[in-house]
Design a protein around this ligand. Structure first.
Ligand code: UDX
Ligand code: UDX
Length: 460
């Protein structure tokens, strides 16, 4: 079959894999190839057990794989053969040198640019899908501009706004698609080419365009605003715990103001995930770089409140359990950074587990999708850790439960059965406010929610 467009994606991760699967699903006249420097990733994408868990992803991969969606290891030839290249390699926070712990590590990004330059035999559109600091496209362009002869590259910015756990519905029905380009003739032509792809399933009014720098910055700012809402509500949850206010009631009242809106106002143990912290620190670094110290400090406080919330949660466990956890069994329900994903990157559960182990508690970790990643995250950390998927088996014989992920499964557990199997007095620390606190209290648990008064059977 002759395909209308030949598209390549470099980077078969959480972003590259699902977003390309969606383009293949919606554009049967396009051929999409996904490559990755990690051969195991490619093998996994070609197997029955995909490397990324996302509700609905299996279905669309099954429909498209081998027809117009291909996962291969041959990066060199694929760069030669394709006309449109998405770059979706990871851009972690730098751990060394200038800007360590703040700036993005752009080594993979630059390596990819050089790879594209080396193997291209014809002009191409290169699209940054990874979230990057503002002006990264410029660096990409500078590298690609050294191409010899008639080969030209147009660089576009097309940040991905999907969230994990809802990636497929976000990709299918996004709030907007943003495309940044130069206002030059060839920049506009490249932009039109990308619009043509998205327009196959997304209404044109939702496809917005801007200059490249605005597009890059918009992605960082969108994530910073979302994270800021979580930190704002979490900061107020601390105040609620000191007063008689209830964070759910406050969030409801505040969120019903249509100017504020009700989303991202769930108090909890803090945000995790590969993006929020990384992108805010990026923004902070960028502001500092341009001498905007006050702006940098403002955004940095969002990350600080997030850390404070996790420290507070841990301190609450320790204080409530008579200031000693040594030898006690604590069951962690949920290790993923949010529900409906097996991803544990920057999950608050990592910090909490480490602190519990440092207090010499025995930690039993349960999660329907993230146990493999949890074991990798805690590898090499001293202490007694067990991994048990079945929540009932995991909690049996424990002194306390800490709910760290908002899996639906945990809302509907039989807490009477759980209580019966635990050591008394039994404690629940609900880091996501997802269970029925009054009911658990009446069963006999001492219940510690976030941003609400504790329900304890102990007399002060
Ligand atoms: C990553 C970034 O973290 C995010 O900021 C960006 O928006 C999109 O890319 P994600 O897809 O979640 O997000 O990362 P990850 O799952 O780690 O996937 C990146 C893939 O790129 C990995 O499979 C890695 O092997 C691959 N890679 C990395 C390359 O193919 N080439 C490289 O040079 C480096
Ligand atoms: C985020 C952005 O939402 C998405 O647009 C971007 O492309 C990638 O980064 P993601 O990290 O996958 O997506 O998940 P998200 O739903 O934003 O949740 C991030 C964290 O905030 C999770 O740990 C979640 O549990 C937490 N959160 C979210 C809260 O604690 N309270 C809320 O009300 C909402």
């Amino acid at each position: 079959m002759k395909f209308k467009k030949k598209i390549l994606c470099i980077g078969a991760g959480y972003v590259g894999g699902p977003s390309m699967a969606m383009i293949a699903y919606k554009c049967p006249d396009c051929r999409i190839t996904v490559v990755d420097t990690n051969p195991d990733r490619i093998d996994a994408w070609n197997s029955e057990d995909l490397p990324v868990y996302e509700p609905g992803l299996d279905k669309i991969v099954k429909i498209t794989r081998g027809k117009n969606l291909f996962f291969t290891k041959d990066i060199e030839n694929q760069i030669k053969e394709n006309d449109i290249i998405f770059v979706s390699v990871n851009t972690p926070t730098k751990t060394y040198g200038a800007g360590a712990d703040m700036a993005a590590d752009l080594q993979y990004w630059e390596k990819t640019a050089r790879q594209i330059l080396k193997h291209s035999r014809s002009s191409k559109i290169v699209i940054e899908k990874s979230t990057l600091p503002v002006k990264t496209a410029l660096a990409m362009e500078k590298i690609l501009a050294s191409a010899k002869g008639k080969i030209k590259f147009d660089v576009l910015s097309n940040p991905e706004f999907m969230a994990e756990g809802t990636a497929i519905s976000d990709l299918e029905n996004p709030d907007r698609v943003l495309i940044g380009s130069h206002e030059t003739k060839s920049g506009l032509k490249a932009r039109a080419e990308l619009i043509e792809i998205y327009a196959q399933w997304i209404p044109l009014r939702k496809i917005i365009t801007s200059n490249i720098w605005s597009s890059e910055l918009s992605k960082l700012v969108a994530n910073a605003f979302l994270a800021q809402r979580v930190s704002s509500i979490n900061s107020i949850s601390a105040l609620c715990e000191k007063t008689d206010a209830d964070i759910s009631e406050v969030a409801k009242a505040v969120g019903m103001d249509s100017r504020i809106g009700d989303k991202f106002l769930r108090a909890g143990i803090g945000f995790g995930g590969s993006c929020f912290k990384k992108d805010i620190l990026n923004l902070v670094y960028l502001c500092s770089y341009y001498g905007l110290q006050e702006v940098a400090a403002y955004w940095e406080s969002v990350v600080k409140i997030n850390e404070y919330q996790q420290e507070r949660f841990m301190a609450n466990i320790l204080n409530s359990m008579f200031s000693t956890l040594a030898g006690k069994k604590i069951c962690i329900l949920g290790f993923a950074f949010k529900a409906d994903t097996g991803d544990t990157r920057e999950s608050p559960a990592i910090y909490i587990s480490q602190k519990l182990l440092a207090e010499h508690a025995e930690v039993i970790i349960s999660d329907p999708k993230a146990l493999k990643n949890a074991a990798i995250d805690l590898d090499g950390i001293k202490g007694n850790v067990k991994y048990i998927e079945d929540p009932y088996r995991a909690v049996a014989g424990c002194h306390a439960i800490a709910i760290l992920t908002d899996w639906n499964l945990y809302r509907n557990l039989d807490f009477q059965k759980i209580y019966n199997s635990m050591v008394k007095p039994a404690f629940i620390f609900d880091g996501r406010n997802i269970i029925d606190h009054k009911k658990c209290f009446s069963i006999g648990f001492n219940v510690y929610p976030i941003g609400k008064p504790a329900l304890s059977h102990f007399k002060n």
